[in-house]
Design a protein around this ligand. Structure first.
Ligand SMILES: [Mg+2]
Length: 225
C-alpha cells in the first residue's frame, strides 16, 4: 500500500538551535516593544498561529491574530535568516539518509505537517539543505489546532493517490494526538523534549529514540516491518 509520510519540522527533521524562537521574539519586540514576548508560551508541538495568538492574549494586545499576522510575519521572515546563521543547529540523526531512501519510490510521498508558518518552514529546511524533498503539506498559519493541519496535509499530499495510508512523524504528544484525531498512523521520535516512555504513553503507534537506524525507520514508515 502507498504511504504518505508527513513530517513535523522542529525537533523531528532538525533542531534550529533556537533560531525560530529567537526570530519570533525579535519580531514581537519590533511590533509591540516587548522583549521576551513569548516567555511563558509553550512552543513545543504547537502551531505558530497558536503561539502568536497566545502571546497576544497574554499581553492583552487588542485585535488578536488576524489583526497582527501580516506585520508579524513580515518582521519574523526578515529576522529568521540571520537567526538561522547565528544559532548552531543540526539535522536530526538519520537525516537526510532516510529522506534519500524514500525519495523516488513510486509508493511513497514526502510531505510536511508542521506548526511552522509556511515560509519559516521553507527557510529552516533550506538552511539545512532538505527543502527539495517535500512535495507539499500544511502549515502553521492555517489553524491553532494541529489536527486541522494534519487533515489538510493528508488531503493535499494524497491528491491523485487514493487509498494511501498516512503517517505522521513528530516529536511531541501534540503530533501523536493530531495524527490519531485523523485516523493517521503516529510515529514518534524522542529527539525533542519528550522521552520514549512519554511518547508511548500518549498512544503513538511506533516510538523511536531517534532515527539513526534509518533503514529500520524506513521499514516501519513504509509498513514493511
Ligand atoms: Mg516538533
Amino acid at each position: 500500500m502507498s504511504r504518505l509520510l508527513l513530517f513535523d519540522v522542529d525537533n523531528t527533521l532538525l533542531w534550529s538551535g533556537g533560531a525560530g524562537g529567537m526570530a519570533m521574539g525579535q519580531a514581537f519586540g519590533d511590533l509591540f516593544g516587548i522583549g521576551d514576548g513569548f516567555k511563558g508560551v509553550e512552543f513545543s508541538g504547537r502551531t505558530d498561529r497558536y503561539i502568536l495568538a497566545e502571546a497576544l492574549r497574554q499581553h492583552g494586545i487588542d485585535g488578536g491574530y488576524e489583526a497582527h499576522q501580516a506585520r508579524f510575519l513580515e518582521r519574523y521572515y526578515a529576522h529568521l535568516p540571520q537567526a538561522l546563521r547565528e544559532c548552531e543547529g543540526k539535522l536530526m540523526p538519520g537525516f537526510p539518509a532516510l529522506l534519500d531512501a524514500m525519495r523516488g519510490r513510486p509508493d511513497v510521498r514526502l510531505g510536511l505537517a508542521t506548526g511552522n508558518f509556511s515560509r519559516a518552514a521553507q527557510m529552516k529546511l533550506a538552511h539545512y539543505g532538505i527543502d527539495a524533498y517535500f512535495i507539499g503539506g500544511a502549515f502553521g498559519e492555517e489553524s491553532e489546532d494541529r489536527a486541522v493541519i494534519v487533515r489538510r496535509a493528508v488531503e493535499r499530499v494524497a491528491e491523485g493517490l487514493p487509498g494511501a495510508a498516512a503517517v505522521v512523524i513528530g516529536d511531541t504528544p501534540h503530533d501523536v494526538s493530531s495524527a490519531k484525531a485523523n485516523g493517521v498512523i503516529a510515529v514518534a521520535v524522542a529527539t525533542g523534549r519528550h522521552s520514549v516512555d512519554e511518547l508511548k504513553e500518549c498512544g503513538a503507534d511506533f516510538v523511536f529514540k531517534d532515527l539513526s537506524d534509518w533503514r529500520r525507520a524506513a521499514a516501519t514508515l513504509t509498513g514493511e516491518a
